[in-house]
Design a protein around this ligand. Structure first.
Ligand SMILES: [Mn+2]
Length: 330
């Protein structure tokens, strides 16, 4: 892809592809298949072809009896460790995850490295804003954004090193076309920025999102971009069994990503909730791989060669650039 002129001087960002192949504590089933499916269909090769250094890190849980809730938070702790190690050594963390609640781990992993608040832009057909008191499905991932903002599971979230709840005014939800009634009440009562995807369909991304993005940018220095692939219109391709009518086409999602990265540097990104079993024509696969390349291309670039150092966990012993403070904390 073309070099983005807005990117700070330097080459393409080095990218750590973090692969978390779990759905609800189960490995490699349903949405837990998505991360390996993307990796197996050339995510890293796409990035290398675009000039990025790439390291792939599978994240595995060692649990004799995987209990859904315990496993989800164990995974978040592992994600936090990997994201923290990536940013400390100048790599852009790009997480491929089965579940959205992995975002708790990403936010925790970013906390140590950021000297200004990290905002969250969350694309999702759903609100993920239920709590144990409001959920009727019992699906932990319907509470992902509520957990991230400290509304539920506080003790387990505190087990994730360096996790601090994200202020709701530092979050922008784009989407939420499929909400439970009490979840909608909670969202409407929140200070979270919320732009329904219908507004983006109606007015276009720049007009629909601009004011909310400007507000977010006035409050945070960096942005973590979390994309539940069911933000896409299932008429294009269903991302998972929860895909709801409406949503955005892939080109619009890419425009949204560019608009976010224009406002604030990306600190990390996630693609979540892709079930290849729902994607019978591989169309979501194509959209997701395009997003992998776009997100990496928009990530803050490398620092000059004389700033480089060798990262200790690198099995290949490649030189890895260290990110300096430029462009951060604004
Ligand atoms: Mn979600």
């Amino acid at each position: 892809m073309a070099v983005d002129p807005r990117r700070p001087a330097g080459g393409p960002a080095p990218v750590q592809l973090l692969i978390a192949p779990y759905d609800s504590g189960h490995r490699g089933v349903r949405m837990g298949k998505g991360p390996a499916h993307l990796a197996g269909h050339g995510a890293a090769a796409r990035l290398r072809a675009a000039g990025h250094a790439v390291a792939e890190h599978p994240i595995e849980l060692d649990q004799a009896f995987p209990a859904e809730i315990a496993s989800a938070f164990a995974l978040q702790r592992a994600v936090a460790e990997q994201v923290g190690a990536a940013v400390a050594t100048g790599w852009f963390p790009l997480l491929l995850a089965g579940n959205c609640n992995s975002a708790v781990g990403v936010a925790a992993g970013l906390a140590a490295d950021a000297d200004a608040p990290v905002g969250v832009v969350w694309l999702d057909a759903h609100g993920d804003f239920n709590t144990p008191e409001t959920t009727t499905s019992g699906f932990l991932d319907g509470m992902a954004l509520a957990t991230l903002t400290g509304r539920c599971w506080p003790a387990l979230a505190a087990s994730v090193p360096r996790f601090r709840p994200v202020h709701e005014e530092h979050v922008l939800l784009l989407g939420g076309r499929d909400l439970d009634e009490q979840e909608r009440d909670a969202l409407e009562g929140s200070t979270m920025l919320w732009v329904p995807d219908a507004h983006v369909r109606e007015h276009g991304p720049a007009q629909a999102l601009g004011p909310a993005l400007d507000l977010l940018a006035s409050r945070v220095g960096l942005v973590y971009l979390h994309i539940d692939l069911d933000i896409h219109d299932p008429d294009y391709a269903p991302a998972n069994p929860y895909a709801a009518p409406g949503g955005l086409d892939p080109s619009t999602v890419r425009q949204v990503v560019r608009l976010v990265a224009e406002r604030r540097p990306l600190a990390a990104a996630t693609l979540a909730a892709y079930d290849p079993g729902c994607d019978t024509e591989d169309r979501m696969l194509t959209a997701a791989l395009d997003l992998v390349e776009l997100l990496a291309g928009l990530a803050p670039g490398t620092t000059p060669p004389d700033m480089r150092t060798t990262e200790p966990h690198d099995p290949a012993g490649q030189e890895r650039p260290v990110r300096d403070g430029e462009g951060r904390g604004r």
